[in-house]
Design a protein around this ligand. Structure first.
Ligand code: SAJ
Length: 444
């Protein structure tokens, strides 16, 4: 590596912290910056504030050997990588305030030859917009939007595209798009990422790299919506949607995703809105997909209501709260939404089981929702609702579910477990599924 010695990462969240760890493990001096003092303190003690496999050991190591240091304010560096959140507002507009304030915070640090990288998922045009902002704040420096290859400062966009739960592996293995504001910007960015990326690096213009990231998540949202629409069709026709999908996927050019209670997380449910906002008249499909997926929790609640015996108070056990299996992240989780909607119904006692969390998320506090382990929850329940296919739930014995009304939103008991036993499951008694025509059913 040429003259890049110090890398500063602005925002030490789900992407920034693993990025700090990877650069530090490759021998760079890394400065992690976060406005949250608690995060900075934790990192400086070699600890982490997020759940991500293998990250704790790596952070401990690079803090101990002095390669990673955390601060609440930016310090001088050769490269500044912005990895701050880009949420949406109440009215579904992109909110890039954190990116703007990150850019403002690094402006006083910039010196000739520095590279500014934006990695946050961003609306098209953001990289150019922050370059203009930096140019306003540092008029004595030349930026590539105006000065091209003559610029003093290099600026590029390269979106993160890693899957939570596999971040350290995907950071290294995944291909990346790099959109520099000048050829030199792209070259320096490619040089930076080639220090740890074994995937391919593709150089393009910044606006394309920005839209590529949004496109990836909108593609997944649309495809999950297709699976969810198919689930609704199958329910109407009394057919097993998982069997339909499994058999359709035997076609060499068909690969349908899995239906479920909706789409959660801070990416797939959010990013399509950035495209809708940019081109409202050309995004009917993306918008429809968002509507289908965000209405799923209501459909699950309707399925539960259909099983209720209205003459008595009943107990519903909801298994899982996180937005996908085997993580603790409950942001935008459809499972939380289902429980919230159920908690508003009269004459229902709600129990939840979430093996990855000790406490309820704040949305469910004070609503009379009780937390228990899964087996106790099932034991107390009239109706059991499987919301997240956590590995612990795959091990639940069919005997425990016998005589319970089931709503299996993931096809775990009513399809996958019966059809695809993995090594661990083979040790247990298989679930008896005699006829399971709908998502809503009763284990015989
Ligand atoms: N889901 C389904 N059915 C499926 C697949 C997923 O209902 O067949 C649901 C999940 O249960 C979950 C949601 O979708 O609620 C999203 O989960 P995910 O595992 O598909 O994706 P994320 O949000 O964890 O990460 C995504 C990834 N994007 C793509 O796969 C295109 C990741 O690579 C991105 O880096 C990340 O968004 C991001 O940061 O943008």
């Amino acid at each position: 590596m040429t003259n890049i010695r110090t890398v500063s990462v602005i925002g030490m969240g789900y992407i920034g912290l693993p990025t700090c760890a990877i650069f530090a493990s490759r021998g760079f001096d890394v400065i992690g910056v976060d406005v949250n003092v608690a995060v900075v303190d934790k990192v400086n003690h070699g600890q982490i504030h997020i759940v991500e496999p293998d990250l704790d050991g790596l952070i401990q190591k690079v803090v101990a050997n002095g390669r990673l240091k955390a601060f609440t304010r930016p310090q001088p560096a050769d490269v500044f990588i912005i990895t701050v959140p880009t949420p949406i507002t109440e009215d579904k507009k992109p909110d890039i305030d954190y990116v703007i304030s990150a850019a403002r915070s690094i402006a006083p640090m910039l010196k000739v030859g520095d590279l500014v990288m934006l990695e946050s998922t961003s609306p098209v045009g953001t990289t150019r917009a922050i370059t203009r902002l930096l140019a306003e704040l540092r008029p004595e420096l030349r930026f590539p939007d105006t000065y091209g290859e003559e610029a003093d400062i290099l600026v590029a966009y390269s979106p993160e595209r890693v899957l939570p739960g596999k971040i350290l592996t995907e950071l290294v293995n995944n291909d990346r798009s790099i959109g520099g504001l000048s050829q030199k910007s792209s070259e320096r960015a490619a040089e930076l990422y080639s220090s740890f990326v074994t995937g391919k690096l593709f150089v393009t213009q910044p606006e394309i790299a920005e839209l590529v990231k949004l496109t990836e998540n909108a593609f997944r949202d649309v495809n999950i919506a297709f699976a969810n629409e198919l689930a609704a069709v199958c329910q109407e026709l009394s057919l097993n949607v998982w069997e339909v999908i499994e058999l359709a996927n035997r076609h060499p050019r068909v690969n349908i995703l899995q239906p479920g209670p909706g789409v959660g997380g801070h990416c797939i449910a959010v990013d399509p809105h950035f495209i809708i906002d940019a081109a409202p008249n050309s995004t009917r499909l993306i918008r429809a997909a968002r509507t289908i997926n965000s209405e799923r929790p209501h459909a699950v609640v309707r399925d539960i209501e259909a099983l209720l015996d209205k003459r008595r108070n009943q107990t519903v056990a909801c298994l899982g709260l996180s937005f996908k299996p085997d993580i603790d992240d409950m942001r935008e989780s459809p499972a939380v939404e289902v429980v919230k909607l159920l908690a508003e119904k009269p004459d229902l006692s709600i129990i939840v089981a979430e093996p990855n969390a000790r406490t309820l998320p704040h949305e469910l506090e004070g609503k009379g929702v009780v937390m228990m382990d899964a087996l106790s929850a099932i034991d107390c329940a009239d109706i059991v609702v499987l919301l997240v296919d956590h590995r612990q739930f795959k091990l639940i014995d069919a005997e425990a579910l016998k005589s319970k009304a089931l709503v299996d939103t993931r096809g775990l008991w009513t399809w996958r477990k019966a059809r695809k036993p993995d090594a661990r499951m083979q040790e247990e008694r298989p679930v008896t599924v005699t006829s399971m025509p709908k998502i809503v059913g009763r284990v015989a």
